[in-house]
Write a protein that binds this ligand. Structure first.
Ligand code: ACO
Length: 384
């Protein structure tokens, strides 16, 4: 079979689906969910309202949103068997691995694969949005030797998650900023984890397998895992004075050194989400004191973008650069940054799952074979 199109590593520029879920113009700094600019959604909406918008394609009415929130509140608890399973996870394991395993385990209880039944689809959407935050918080508590904290029915989605992490009712402004962070991370066109979700969905497997495969993809340091690594990098730099020496050392060792939280396949300007996250970090600093690594982050951005020519090459801070500084100010440990990204991105993955089912054809791309042909089998004793 001959291939009609040129091979592009990383499928750069190759459309993998037709989608109306979100849109990016990476040169103009535009990100829209279902046509609505992210800047507007981030300040006027709530995460669950945005999840509804992404999944069902329209903003919910007051009644539709109230019904959706009530269903999610009702399904927040997780089965004791899932909790017991999670208790057996090693406490040193990464929370993303715990999340991937737990998300897949939901399939043991709820998988029916009634993919043409809208009631089944809604129930799966509700369960996943409701239970994933509970599972992230439960693993965090259990790895510290504590019992998981039960969801608090009086709290909304984001406040409840922060509560389950600390057993403290969060400050409303902090819960609101956290909710806005979830909105920013909820969807981002055909990124690696969304592609994974769509490929998995295209086999008509169950939605829990779809989300588990997407979580595994998000975990990598080139994708969602970068937010944790940004903080490690800032900690390693340690002080504003050490920014230039650190950059020089990294580039001397490897001129192509990858600085975490910079660069993007699509964004060729500063990611609008990084701009918003930076503003919210400053909002939190006014109230709770400046983070010791914020000035390091600002200086590193300046040195790379302006002095080292990253800006001219279209390499700017991406969404992962400032998010960790916001989460740190909310008292969240570094290794929960990526699971929190996952909590939010479940909305986008589910929107793509649903869209994929509507037009499904199994993903089965081709390859360009570079190996040999018709070789003879070599007996063991003749091999070198
Ligand atoms: N630091 C230094 N140089 C970079 C960086 C970076 N962070 N990102 C890209 N570049 C350079 C590359 O070295 C390459 O240079 P070259 O053309 O001279 O070879 C060029 O820019 C293109 O980079 P690629 O890695 O080929 O770009 P690609 O689109 O394949 O990768 C990616 C995008 C993975 C995000 C990349 O920019 C990267 O590794 N960034 C660091 C990790 C990171 O922050 N990931 C989070 C992304 S956001 C998200 O997924 C949620």
């Amino acid at each position: 079979m001959t291939t009609a199109c040129e091979y592009k590593p990383g499928l750069e520029g190759i459309p993998a689906a037709q989608s109306s879920v979100s849109y990016i113009d990476g040169k103009k700094g535009i990100l829209e969910y279902r046509g609505i600019p992210i800047e507007e959604l981030a300040v006027k909406s709530t995460f669950l309202e945005v999840a509804y918008l992404l999944i069902w394609g329209k903003l919910p009415t007051k009644e539709e949103l109230a019904a959706f929130e009530t269903e999610i509140r009702y399904h927040r608890r997780i089965k004791y068997r899932i909790r017991d399973m999670m208790k057996c996870f090693p406490e040193t394991g990464h929370p993303m691995d715990a999340l991937q395993t737990s998300a897949a385990a939901l399939g043991l209880f709820y998988s029916r694969r009634a993919l043409d039944d809208q009631a089944y689809i809604r129930a799966a959407v509700v369960r996943l949005l409701a239970k994933i935050p509970t599972m992230v918080a439960a693993f965090h508590m259990m790895r510290r030797g504590n019992d998981p904290i039960q969801p608090n029915d009086n709290l909304d989605y984001s406040a409840n998650f922060l509560y389950m992490l600390t057993e403290r009712i969060p400050d409303p402004q902090e819960a609101e900023i956290f909710d806005r962070c979830l909105i920013l991370h909820a969807e981002h066109t055909m990124n690696a984890s969304t592609f994974s979700a769509r490929v998995t969905a295209s086999t008509l497997t169950d939605p829990y397998a779809v989300i588990a495969s997407a979580v595994g993809t998000l975990a990598g340091p080139l994708h969602g895992g970068a937010n944790e690594e940004v903080l490690e990098m800032l900690e390693e730099i340690g002080s504003v004075d050490n920014v230039r020496p650190y950059v020089e050392k990294c580039l001397k060792q490897n001129p192509k050194h990858k600085f975490m939280g910079f660069g993007h396949r699509v964004w060729k300007v500063k990611d609008p989400r990084a701009i918003m996250l930076q503003n919210w970090a400053e909002e939190l600093f006014e109230k709770k004191g400046r983070d010791e690594y914020y000035d390091v982050a600002i200086k590193l951005e300046k040195v790379l973008v302006e002095e080292k020519g990253f800006g001219e090459r279209g390499i700017y801070p991406n969404v992962d650069y400032y998010s960790g500084l916001v989460y740190r100010k909310l008292g969240i440990p570094n290794d929960l940054f990526t699971p929190i990204f996952g909590i939010s991105r479940v909305a986008g993955w589910l929107a793509h799952w649903k869209e994929q089912l509507e037009v499904n054809r199994i993903y089965r791309p081709t390859q360009i074979y570079t190996g040999d042909h018709a070789l003879s089998y070599i007996p063991m004793e003749e091999r070198v």
